[in-house]
Design a protein around this ligand. Sequence first.
Ligand code: UDP
Length: 223
Amino acid sequence: MTEDLYGVYGASGCGRGVMPLARKFFERHRLPLDRLVFIDDSPHQVEINGHAVLSYAEFLATPARDRYATLAIANASVRERLAARCVRDALLSWTVRAEVSEIYDDVVIGEGAIICAYVTLTSNIRIGKHFHANLYSYVEHDCNIGDFVTFAPGVKCNGNVEIGDHAYIGAGATIRQGQPGKPLRIGKGAIIGMGAVVTKDVAAHTTVVGNPARLIQKGTKHD
Ligand code: UDP
């Protein structure tokens, strides 16, 4: 019988970091490694780190029982566009999670998440679709995170925080704890700079940097 085919979509920095997690999944389930490939719309090489790089058309044309893809591209808008394409073509969303990550009680995560090594998600947390939690990030209790949110490595998201769709949290940023019933809110599409210490709400589609984080760019969209 034809085997399933699995793709890590994006063959650049993010994808190359995710592929080893995907490979561990294959090793755990004793799946044949030649069924694990990169997908890229602008492939520059035919093979990277031992895995074939296929164009999206080639991925669809390869005989398979089911096709799975995880979207390993940091840009949220690109992820959203590719997610729609994958749904249209009946690809199955694939959540990839490092063995050395911790997920505690009552954590609900939408499809297609990437949970990298040394990530901890504690308790009573809601997370939307296609979340990226990069190396050493954590999400503390009672947080609510939207769709296509991206955490660069080492993000510290403390308890009672709400993060809107498409927000990007830079490497090493720390988000102060909110309160029950009065969460600290980071609006849709906000960008939190590397190493920022966020002590108060951040408006949608704005950029903040520094400690304490201050506004450097006002939003252009209105929600
Ligand atoms: N890419 C793609 N389809 C798209 C947009 C991007 O296949 O619609 C690929 C692109 O060719 C590149 C990768 O995704 O190989 C994104 O790489 P980049 O270094 O920009 O970002 P990162 O890997 O850090 O997310």
